[in-house]
Design a protein around this ligand. Structure first.
Ligand code: HEC
Length: 153
């Protein structure tokens, strides 16, 4: 093997290492929203409506339905309490959820995780309210219009 060949091999190995690290760091794409959910959107003004947020907080904290307490796993402020739940205070995660994606996941659950479907316990309004409340976690606990966030298309 010539010195030149060895040099080229070293460069090639370094490229592979750098590229694979870049890929590991990039967040995996979110699964596509099923067609049935593509036209589901947060009702106008609900992201920041204090009444909606107060209702959402009740749903989230387990005061509306005895079988529903989101804070058991996601924590009272989005800091995960159960292993496997991700940090809902992290805008780089949450800002990627479109409202349709969010609603779909809450309604149908997340396969292969401990996140069940909530549709048998909550109506659509209660789910949207819980989502609006949950959204405040990634905005320092303040209500915020998600339309201003960068949402993954
Ligand atoms: C028994 C534990 C548990 C409860 C209770 C729970 N979740 Fe989850 N949730 C999880 C896990 C585990 C995941 C998957 C990992 C992740 O994304 O955090 C998840 C994911 C999510 C996601 C992200 C969806 C995705 O695809 O990444 C949202 C939004 C969410 N939950 C909202 C809620 C809401 C709203 C409630 C209450 C109505 C709730 N969760 C109750 C465990 C729970």
């Amino acid at each position: 093997m010539t010195e030149r060949t060895v040099g080229l091999m070293v460069v090639a190995i370094m490229c592979v290492l750098i590229l694979s690290r870049g890929m590991a760091l990039a967040a995996p794409p979110l699964p596509p929203v099923p067609a049935d959910y593509a036209d589901k959107h947060m009702p106008d003004g609900w992201w920041t409506d204090p009444k909606v947020l107060a209702e959402g907080e009740k749903v989230y904290m387990g005061q509306v339905h005895p079988k529903v307490n989101c804070s058991n796993c996601h924590g009272k402020d989005g800091q995960p309490k159960k292993k496997g739940a991700r940090d809902l205070r992290d805008p780089s995660l949450v800002n990627r959820f479109s409202d349709s994606f969010w609603f779909w996941r809450v309604k149908e659950g997340v396969p292969k995780t401990k996140m069940p479907a909530w549709k048998q316990y909550l109506n659509d309004e209660q789910m949207w309210a819980a989502i609006a409340f949950e959204h405040s976690f990634s905005h320092k606990g303040q209500a915020a219009d998600h339309a201003h966030d960068e949402i993954q298309k």
